[in-house]
Write a new protein. Structure first.
Length: 351
């Protein structure tokens, strides 16, 4: 097991940010859904998509799965992606069922492409069609790397999203070999579906914004994507960032008071979770404001990262998850408090 289970030993932090008027707090009652399957022993990632009718799809990256209950992480299979279905929108009371394919060498839900594997990110359901974006990842043997690199994006269309994920009718679409990872956050506004995309870079990225017509998605037509160019919409060659120096993984959602809210981890290691606001999806976005400091990152050899919000969930105005990792494989195998997502939540000030 390598990938994200073995990461750099030093923690990383970045310049200070302003603190928001209200800060989030831990939500251990929500964490229970990540500990409800004795064979699913932790993962990276943790994106969620509202499937409607009280169902939420969760997708995860590198996951530890054991053959039978009671087996330890040292005995686990290392699966590049798994998913779960949450029934109910309040994690403190809902139920979660996890999915991977039959025990063996190809257990992931989103299939690899040769030596390239998929880390699922965000997506959207419209009518009876579900679209899920994935980052295409491969080994990177360079000494200065984390052992992996992104080599583009892949989207999958699921034609029967109400079925069990192991029974999905799924086909790959929209393969993109550029160094921009498509699908960090997806949101529909009016007649368009907007997609936030990360540039290449570790751990900080520029964020680009693309869109396509919702009617084209409904008709399974995935060409015709347009990119924000700083003053309008045009082809990929003219795209301009809408945010700078953002850590991997983020979320964007509508603000009930108007405009939009973006959430991500600031740094990787002893990180903070920060929020930006904007009146338009393309910005201009505000400076990052700290809303939560995951306390786990203050412990030696513990890393916190991948903060994002989940607008479909209930239990607070803003519901956040983040990841916790160890600095080496022994830490992760020996500490079951690591490598599970954690919840935090916050209500808007002066609610």
């Amino acid at each position: 097991m390598t990938r994200l289970l073995i990461v750099i030993g030093a923690t990383l932090s970045f310049g200070p940010t302003a603190t928001f008027g209200q800060t989030a707090s831990p939500w251990p009652e929500g964490d229970r859904i990540f500990h409800s399957d004795s064979r699913w022993l932790g993962s990276d990632g943790g994106f969620s998509i509202d499937l409607g009718n009280g169902r939420v799809l969760w997708s995860f990256g590198d996951t530890l799965v054991v053959r039978k209950a009671g087996d330890t992480r040292k005995m686990a299979a290392f699966v590049h992606n798994t998913v779960a279905i949450e029934t109910g929108y309040d994690p403190s009371t809902s139920q979660m069922k996890y999915y991977w394919r039959r025990w063996g060498s190809h257990m992931e839900i989103f299939p690899s492409d040769g030596k390239v594997w998929m880390w699922p990110s965000h997506g959207i359901r419209i009518d009876n069609r579900l679209l899920v974006f994935c980052s295409r990842i491969q080994n990177d043997p360079k000494k200065e790397s984390f052992g992996f690199e992104g080599v583009g994006s892949q989207a999958f269309v699921i034609e029967n999203p109400d079925a069990e994920p192991t029974e999905w009718k799924m086909k790959p679409v929209m393969k993109d070999d550029s160094k921009v990872m498509v699908g960090s956050a997806v949101i529909q506004q009016g007649n368009y579906i907007y997609v936030y995309c990360e540039s290449e870079g570790v751990p900080l990225h520029d964020i680009f914004l693309a869109r396509w017509k919702a009617v084209d998605f409904a008709a399974a037509k995935f060409d015709g994507m347009e990119w924000w160019n700083g003053g309008g919409w045009s082809a990929r060659e003219n795209r301009k960032p809408v945010m700078h120096e953002v850590s991997s993984e983020l979320s964007v959602q509508a603000n009930p008071r108007g405009g939009f809210v973006e959430v991500n981890s600031q740094g990787w290691g002893a990180s903070d979770i920060v929020m930006r606001t904007a009146q338009k999806l393309e910005g201009p976005w505000s400076d990052a404001k700290k809303i939560y400091h995951p306390p786990e990152g203050d412990h030696p050899h513990v890393l916190t990262y991948a903060g994002k919000a989940h607008p479909e969930l209930k239990g607070a105005d803003l519901i956040i998850t983040y990841g916790i990792n160890g600095s080496d494989e022994a830490d992760v195998n020996g500490q079951m408090s690591l490598y599970f997502p954690r919840f935090a939540r916050m209500n808007w000030p002066n609610r």
